[in-house]
Design a protein around this ligand. Structure first.
Ligand SMILES: CC(C)(COP(=O)(O)OP(=O)(O)OC[C@H]1O[C@@H](n2cnc3c(N)ncnc32)[C@H](O)[C@@H]1OP(=O)(O)O)[C@@H](O)C(=O)NCCC(=O)NCCS
Length: 148
């Protein structure tokens, strides 16, 4: 199987990336993927990496830093080609992107209902840290009704 061709997102990629996230079960009713992509692309500290094979988008990751730590969201590989190292490749590209901008540590969140993916990150050298994640909807109008 050929390697992924990984580049930053183009305008014409947006719908395909959103469709990949849908297919990978990463979207939530309160996170419209297209508006998440648009918002991320407004920041020069964030980008969307897109992995192509035979001109088809098959992997992606949103990567960025907040001036202190790097992070990733929406790490995704087309379900038809999982287990072949493409998840590792898109994460390596995300780490390179961050390293190139001076970031030296990447923190990421895994939803409790998606705990099996922790094995993937551990295979890539990520370690669990004892932290509690706190969050607040600082724009309450965006808070979904079913979220406490
Ligand atoms: C997580 C995901 C990106 C992994 O992609 P992938 O292409 O299958 O991963 P790779 O083939 O590169 O696997 C890399 C390593 O992780 C391991 N791994 C991958 N998925 C695993 C799993 N579910 N359980 C255990 N190990 C796993 C592989 O065995 C491999 O280890 P090795 O290199 O030591 O053999 C893909 O399963 C996916 O898109 N999942 C749905 C979206 C998701 O949950 N994203 C993460 C949100 S936090």
């Amino acid at each position: 199987m050929p390697d992924l061709d990984i580049r930053e997102i183009n305008d014409e990629d947006v719908d395909d990336v959103a469709a990949l996230w849908e297919r990978c079960g990463l979207t939530r009713p309160w996170n419209d993927p297209v508006s998440d992509i648009t918002f991320a692309r407004k920041s020069e500290n964030t980008t969307l990496l897109v992995g192509r094979m035979d001109d088809e988008i098959v992997a992606s990751a949103m990567v960025g830093h907040d001036g202190h730590r790097g992070t990733v969201y929406y790490v995704s590989v087309n379900p038809d080609i999982r287990g072949k190292g493409f998840g590792r490749s898109i994460m390596a590209a995300a780490e390179d992107w961050l390293r190139g901008r001076g970031a030296w540590k990447l923190n990421l969140l895994v939803r409790t209902e998606n705990a099996s993916v922790i094995n993937f990150y551990e295979a890539l050298g990520y370690e669990r840290e004892e932290r509690v994640n706190l969050a607040k909807w600082i724009d309450p109008s965006r808070k979904p009704e079913n979220q406490d």
